[in-house]
Design a protein around this ligand. Sequence first.
Ligand code: CP
Length: 312
Amino acid sequence: MNKHLLSMHDVTAEDVVRILDTAESFREVGTRVIKKVPALRGRTVVNLFYESSTRTRISFELAAKRLSADVINFSTGGSSVSKGESLKDTALTLQAMGADAVVIRHSSSGSPYQLTKWVKASVLNAGDGTHEHPTQALLDLYTMREKLGRLEGLRVAIVGDVLHSRVARSLSFGLVKMGADVTLIGPPTLIPPDAPSWGVQVSYDVDGALPKLDVCYVLRVQRERQRLEYFPSVREYSRLFGLTRGRVGALPEGALIMHPGPMNRGVEIDSDVADLPQSVIEEQVTNGIAIRMSLLYLLLGGSGSEEASADA
Ligand code: CP
């Protein structure tokens, strides 16, 4: 394993299997009355969030605490960032305090990479701009493998605002690495021109794709990142590309509905579709804790699932 996790390109297919298997060992910890193991006792994990987050921030915090690490949660409000302190000076301050791992979310693509130049700690990318969100991809791979028993050969459509989605990039890279068959679907304005070079297919036809899928992965429409009008109206987007009640019946029995959250209910996914039994959106969140435990454990020196089980 690399010292850092900045991108899904930092891990091999063997690393992915090891991360998922180690997460499997840790998942049981979350079912105990006392949800804690001593694996990272004495280590310090800093959560450095320059952009808002619910799932990723809380699950990294829970993961580190369940491993008995000391956890520092840093957000821009209430810190010296509001007085103009730079990312570099913030990083050097954390370094001086002895951080072993820094988890960073930032609106600028590449900021986790930049951080590795300034700190000795392992750096984990918790989402950087429109670039990547590798821990989300790993928890999604875990959820697909858990529910469908394999990754190789799975037919997965990633539907929606691919252009602005760091989740779509990381998940595509991860799925292709594991031998899945990936199709990106959305309006032509929201599909990146270089997408075919990711090893995926591109389509603009949701209805044609749904009957052949094992997984329909719906993306959030990221209005906050859209600098232009990429589609005429939310209503038209929903009619043409939303996973609506009328459309969802075309999925084969057993196919999964996934979404990274936060959802715009009624835009990219109908509210009652998000709550169907084949929707695994809440399981994705639960699995995120085990995946982040696995990553912190492996990056900070644990060797793999056997040792993780022993520690537990
Ligand atoms: N999926 C995801 O990254 O959610 P948050 O923005 O809530 O962390």
